[in-house]
Write a protein that binds this ligand. Structure first.
Ligand code: SAM
Length: 254
């Protein structure tokens, strides 16, 4: 295990998507979808991409932005733990960035997704997972903004009786993949730099969840206190522009 500061090199090492069918787990705003499209275009690869998310709200915009990069782009609304629409042994590469912890909002669902990934991968197919590392120290010396942000987001979710992300430690994921018969399981840790505007957008969304929506907390002081904490952190993040987050890339082969 090495500490690296740029993930891009490790992410693409040994990945050639030419003539391949690739499945992306967790389309969301299309950050990783866009990175894959750039790489495919730059290398003139002939790649088919199926990108799956349970929430299809960004599909139209993504399709317009990047579909010309691929031989075929299929944006699919679906649950990664139930990929019934994907045949056994049909996918060459799976890339799943910052999504497994979201699937794992419901404990064990990430394991079901990993089982589905194994089923749909061809023999020798490659799995690439990028995730944040859970560090349970508030105001961690190396990651002050990241740890505060995590605490605020999760606390609001708990207050509102909502499920929240459950990050998986790389050693736990490594062992789970080995138990599931994945081969050549390996990972690297790195310091990811997160754009503050992305983080403030997410924090603001959480603040709105606190003020509106279901499961109101019947305590004005508690709500006010959390709104204050969220707004203070947003101000600090705006000044910082970007901040560091602990992350890892896990690779495995079927
Ligand atoms: C943090 S976002 C993904 C970020 C994106 N991959 C990137 O690199 O920027 C997590 C996504 O996982 C999706 N998600 C959560 N549970 C899911 C599930 N069971 N199946 C499919 N998508 C799921 C959410 O809707 C959300 O869009």
């Amino acid at each position: 295990m090495y500490q690296i500061y740029t993930a891009d090199q490790y992410l693409w090492e040994g990945l050639n998507l030419d003539g391949k069918v690739v499945l992306e787990g967790g389309t969301s705003w299309g950050n990783t979808t866009g990175r894959i499209a750039e790489k495919v275009k730059a290398n003139n690869w002939k790649t088919k991409l199926i990108s799956v998310d349970i929430d299809d709200s960004h599909f139209d915009e993504i399709k317009e932005r990047i579909s010309d990069a691929f031989m075929k782009l299929d944006l699919r609304k679906g649950d990664l733990s139930r990929l019934d629409f994907v045949e056994d042994n049909s996918i060459d590469v799976i890339i799943c960035n910052y999504t497994l912890s979201s699937v794992n909002q419901f404990p064990m669902r990430a394991v079901r997704a990993l089982g589905e990934f194994y089923r749909i991968l061809k023999s020798e197919g490659q799995l690439v997972i990028m995730e944040e590392i859970p560090i349970w120290a508030v105001e961690h010396r190396d990651y002050p903004y990241w740890s505060q942000r995590l605490r605020v987001i999760k606390s609001i979710s708990v207050l509102k009786a909502m499920a929240h992300f459950n990050e998986i430690h790389p050693t736990d994921l490594e062992e789970t993949l080995k138990m599931m018969n994945y081969r050549d399981v390996r990972y690297q840790e790195f310091k990811e730099s997160i754009d503050s505007s992305l983080a403030t957008r997410f924090l603001d969304k959480r603040k709105q969840t606190l003020l509106k929506g279901y499961n109101d907390i019947d305590n004005e002081n508690l709500t006010k206190g959390f709104v204050e904490i969220t707004e203070k952190l947003v101000k600090e993040l705006e000044k910082a522009e970007s901040f560091a987050a602990p992350a890892y890339i896990m690779k495995a082969v079927k």
